[in-house]
Design a protein around this ligand. Structure first.
Ligand code: 3AM
Length: 184
């Protein structure tokens, strides 16, 4: 199954991002139910490896997170791929991501080397931008680049399943692992 580890966002933050997306009509909008912070993209994995990871995650302990979103960014280098809200740098988040990366690999799932730049993807762009889109993106960055969310608690890690459909990915929550709690 195609899946990834990530963090869900609380409703007040989803509402704020929803309003922000209304203000910035660029690209293909990510629907509210798909907004999240990716920690580790696992790709397509056999059930046995996912089960091994699930067992390891059930025993995993880490403190609860308190995060904030701050600023907008376009990712994809010369050809913009996505518009994102950035997560304010947070040592606990970086540590969590690095521990999870090790845990995933110990569970037998190979991960490509990738820099962790936590974000919430708000919109995706086609490989070739439509006329005028670059200007609209730049205007949005100028106008809304100073956006900040309230600080919010993240009480769990989520294992998402991801199904690719013609109109985009559909995510489902496969399991959640509490942060800041003793494993049961
Ligand atoms: O959180 P974002 O939106 O940046 O782009 C996909 C999404 O990231 C990314 O995994 C997240 C959950 O689907 N993704 C999809 N395919 C990927 C791949 N082959 C990938 N990341 C790395 N390699």
């Amino acid at each position: 199954m195609r899946c990834f580890l990530g963090l869900c966002l609380p409703d007040p933050i989803l509402d704020q991002l929803d309003r922000l997306q209304d203000e910035i009509p660029v690209g293909r909008r990510v629907p509210s139910e798909n907004l999240h912070i990716t920690l580790s993209f696992l790709d397509d994995q056999p059930d046995e490896l996912l089960e091994a990871l699930h067992q390891a995650l059930c025993q995993f302990r880490a403190p609860q997170l308190r995060l904030e979103l701050r600023g907008l960014r376009v990712m994809g280098g010369k050809s913009p791929r996505v518009l994102c809200a950035e997560v304010t740098p947070d040592a606990s988040l970086s540590q969590l991501q690095s521990c999870l990366r090790s845990l995933v690999q110990v569970s037998g799932i190979a991960l490509p080397r990738a820099r962790f730049r936590p974000h919430v993807t708000l919109a995706r762009f086609a490989p070739r931008l439509q006329p005028g889109q670059q200007q609209r993106i730049e205007k949005a960055l100028l106008q809304y680049g100073g956006f900040t969310s309230p600080v919010f608690a993240v009480p769990e890690i989520t294992l998402f399943g991801s199904t690719l459909l013609p109109d985009g990915a559909r995510y489902e929550v496969l399991a959640q692992y509490p942060l800041g709690a003793e494993p049961s």
